[in-house]
Design a protein around this ligand. Structure first.
Ligand code: SAM
Length: 225
């Protein structure tokens, strides 16, 4: 019988945000496929899980690793898939493997749900949650980015973007230019020491962020519908 691929969500900051099932699964599986073995080892050792077999699984080696993991599952071994933070497959490696197993059909898949920055940010933002669109990271090139933003402008849903601190201000300026004064929230460092949510129009949020000395950390931008 084929082994099961268990897709395991891990904390997005606060290490206490891990489920009992996730810990049991990480303890029991034969192999853990992880984005960064050092990061996962840290998490495992925090919970006293030692001597696990880990294999790296990141964007650049995903294509090569998929057949290796399928082979391992074919031998009846259970494999956990984790990313550095949050839910694998959401702006993180995992999709290619999950798609392949779903396509092959006879490999059991199981999800171990938990933290995901997009859901937590949306909920804490105070913006409408009844219909939303997750864009993830926008293209880096300014022209393509603006084109993408224009294509979302008339979409009647709250829109969620992941963004790096280096591009936060410029993306907010683009949002102000393209979306006008729609309500915006910038969610920073959720579940961590410097967790903060800025709310207001794009101009108000930009002004508040301008007062910050250093922009670092992890950010989600949410545009209300
Ligand atoms: N798979 C992850 C998830 O489930 O949310 C997302 C991984 S993606 C590579 C990393 C991006 O997620 C960051 O650039 C940021 O936009 C968002 N993110 C992750 N952790 C966060 C946190 N603690 N606070 C705010 N945003 C976070």
């Amino acid at each position: 019988m084929n082994g099961t691929l268990l897709i395991v969500a891990t904390p997005i900051g606060n290490l206490e945000d891990i489920t009992l099932r996730a810990l049991r699964v990480l303890k029991e599986v034969d192999l853990i496929a992880c984005e960064d073995t050092r990061k996962t080892r840290k998490l495992l050792s925090h919970y006293g899980i030692r001597q696990k077999r880990l294999v790296s699984f990141f964007e650049a080696n995903e294509r090569r690793r998929v057949p290796e993991i399928v082979d391992c599952l074919s031998q009846g071994k259970d494999v956990a898939l984790v990313s550095n933070a949050g839910t694998p497959g959401i702006s993180d490696p995992g999709y290619r493997l999950i798609e392949e197993l779903a396509h092959l059909g006879d490999f059991p898949l199981s999800i171990v749900p938990g933290p995901c920055a997009l859901v937590s940010s949306l909920v804490i933002s105070g913006l409408p949650t009844d219909s939303f669109f997750f864009k993830g990271f926008l293209p880096r090139r300014p022209g393509r980015k603006k084109k993408e933003l224009h294509s979302l402008k008339d979409y009647k849903a709250t829109i969620i973007f992941y963004e790096s601190p280096y591009r936060l201000k410029i993306t907010l300026s683009d949002i102000r230019e393209i979306f006008g004064e729609r309500r915006v929230a910038v969610v920073k460092e959720l579940t961590k020491k410097f967790e903060r949510v800025y709310r207001g129009s794009a101009s108000e949020v930009l002004e508040a962020i301008d007062n910050e000395k250093v922009l670092k950390g992890e950010y989600v931008i949410i545009v209300g519908k």
